[in-house]
Design a protein around this ligand. Sequence first.
Ligand code: SF4
Length: 399
Amino acid sequence: MPQFGGAVIAPSPCADYMRAMSSVRPWRDIERRQSRQIMVGNVPVGGGAPITVQTMTNTPTEDVGATIDQIRRCEDVGADIIRVSCPTAEATENFDQITRAANVPIVADIHFHYKRALEAADKGAACLRINPGNIGSSDRVAEVVRAAKANGCAIRIGVNAGSLEKDLLEKYGEPCPEALIESALDHIKLLQDHDFHEFKVAVKASDVFLAVAAYHGLAETVDCPLHLGITEAGGLIGGTVKSSIGMGSLLWAGIGDTIRVSLSAEPEQEVKVGFEMLKALGLRTRGVRVVSCPSCSRQGFDVIRTVEALEARLEHIKTPMSLSVLGCVVNGPGEARETDIGITGGGNGKHMVYLSGLTDHHVQSEDMLDHVVKLVEEKAAAIEAGTATAFDPHAEAAE
Ligand code: SF4
C-alpha cells in the first residue's frame, strides 16, 4: 500500500470506478468517487450513500432549549446531520438531552479538551469532530478511540488552513494543499494506529483554490468519506457563491460524501444552500425545484414578488417536484414543458397554467398565488400517495 506522510493509505478509489456511461444524457452524469462507507448514527456517509447536508448550531450549547429549537428548525429544512460545539464541561453536562431530542445524528465539535469528547460520546453523540493530533498524547487518543468505539461514534477529522500545525507551516512556509493533506494524513494515522477506521475527513480553507486542490489530492490518496466545506466563506450571498464554486466543482468531479456550507447566516440558510447545490447538480432532490426568469418589461405579472411568495409558501413541501414561473411567452412555454406545474404570464392579467408540461387552463393574476400553491400541494400529496409521479420530461427518451 502506498505511504503518504506516514499514514497507510488504501489504493486510489477513482481508478476502477468509472462505470459505463449509459445514461441518455451523459453530459449530466457525475461519476462519484468510490469511498468507504461509515455510519454517523443511522445515517450512512460514503460508499455511494446520498450526499448528506450538515450544519452547525450557533446557540450556546449550555442553553439546551435554544439549541434543541435551532436543531428542529434545521431538521425542518432538511439537515441530515447537525453539529453542536462542546467547548465547556457545562456544554456536555446536558448533552444527552440534546442528542435524545434530535431526530438527526448529532456531531459533537471538540477542539482541544479531549475530556469533552469522552463526555459527548457517553451522552449520545453520533460523531466526534476532533483532531487526534491536537489532544496531547497517545494515551488520550486511545481514550477517545475507546469512548468512540464503546458508544458507536464516528470521528470527523477537520483540518483547517487557518489552524495548521506549526511544524507543517514551518515545513511548507504557508498553508498549501500538500500541508493540508499531510496534516489530515497525520491525524488519520493516529486513528489507524489505534485500530479506528470509522472516520471521515475535511481539509477546509477559505481560499477556494486551496481547498479544492487539497480535496482533490486527498481524494486520490485515501478511501475514507470526505466532508466538504469552504470554511469561513462569508455572508449569505458571497459565501453561497464561494461555496458553490468550490464545493460545486468538487461535487461535479464526484468528490464529497457530506457537505457543510459555512455562512455568516442562520444554520437553516446553510442547509437550504447545501440542498440547492446538490439539487443543481442532480445529486439530491428535495422539495420544489423552482425555475424562474429574472423578469423584464415583457412580464405579465410581478415575477420577482411572485417567486419570493411562492418559495416562502412552498417551503413545507419535501416531495421532489418542479415548478416554472416565467413572466411571458418568450421562454415560458419551453420551461413549462419540463416541469410538473408551470405558469407563463399572458396579457390582461390572464396567465397560462401548464400541468406536466402541457397547457391546461388560465388563471387571473389575483388568484394566481393561491392557485399555484394549491396545485403544488395537490401534486405533492398525489406523489406521496403513489397516485402520481413527479413529471420527467425525459422519461420517454430514456425508455
Ligand atoms: S420569460 Fe419573458 S418576462 Fe421573463 S425574462 Fe424572459 S422575456 Fe422577460
